[in-house]
Design a protein around this ligand. Structure first.
Ligand SMILES: Cc1cc2nc3c(=O)[nH]c(=O)nc-3n(C[C@H](O)[C@H](O)[C@H](O)COP(=O)(O)O)c2cc1C
Length: 184
């Protein structure tokens, strides 16, 4: 199998991970994942995402508890599934493409994590809480500027189960080809 096929299969076989070993991944592995995020395309190449790599257990617990307190349905749940690392991606409020830029970074990071043997899962609760005062205080405490807002976050860690539990078939996302030819 050539390299291109390996990469396409990685895309098709990537799955979200929701059970993590408590062991924090090596810093070089985390750094490689975040670098993949940094190298994502961005609108006008403005590169306005900020990546907060959180492995501090106190901060991780604070964020999980904040979500449990502030969002319905999370009272008894850890929104990050016990992941020992979380990359919080912020964008600038004055960037009209902040969410698109962050999403490109997220997909790059999810694929890079997979390639490095790490499990990952998109954690959206910080985005839902972007107007919440406690979330704003959390962002300020980790060093974010007032013009930043939480776009999304990525839970990262060594998976408790298999990294590739099986391809998840897609039945949605229809494709329409418009080629101008009669039989296409
Ligand atoms: C925008 C977005 C938000 C998501 N938010 C969450 C989330 O908050 N918690 C979670 O467990 N998974 C979240 N996911 C992961 C999806 O549930 C997951 O990608 C989907 O079920 C497909 O499964 P797969 O990633 O294993 O292929 C999110 C994914 C996206 C793209």
């Amino acid at each position: 199998m050539n390299k291109n096929m390996d990469f396409l299969n990685l895309i098709l076989d990537r799955r979200s991970c929701r059970a993590f070993s408590p062991q924090v991944p090596d810093r070089p592995a985390l750094a490689a994942v975040v670098e993949a995020g940094r190298y994502a395309p961005s609108a006008k190449n403005h590169q306005l995402c900020h990546f907060y790599v959180i492995t501090d257990p106190a901060l991780l617990t604070r964020l999980s508890n904040l979500v449990s307190r502030r969002l319905d349905g999370f009272a008894q749940k850890d929104c990050r599934y016990g992941a020992p690392a979380l990359v919080l991606v912020t964008g600038r409020k004055d960037n009209p493409c902040a969410l698109q830029d962050a999403a490109c970074a997220m997909e790059n990071m999810m694929l890079a994590a997979c390639a490095m043997g790490l499990g990952s899962c998109w954690i959206n609760q910080p985005f839902y809480l972007q107007e919440d005062e406690e979330m704003k205080a959390f962002l300020a405490d980790i060093g974010a500027q007032p013009e930043e807002f939480a776009c999304c976050s990525l839970a990262l860690g060594l998976p408790e189960g298999p990294l590739f539990p099986g391809r998840r078939e897609r039945t949605g996302n229809p494709v329409t080809w418009l080629t101008g030819e009669k039989n296409n």
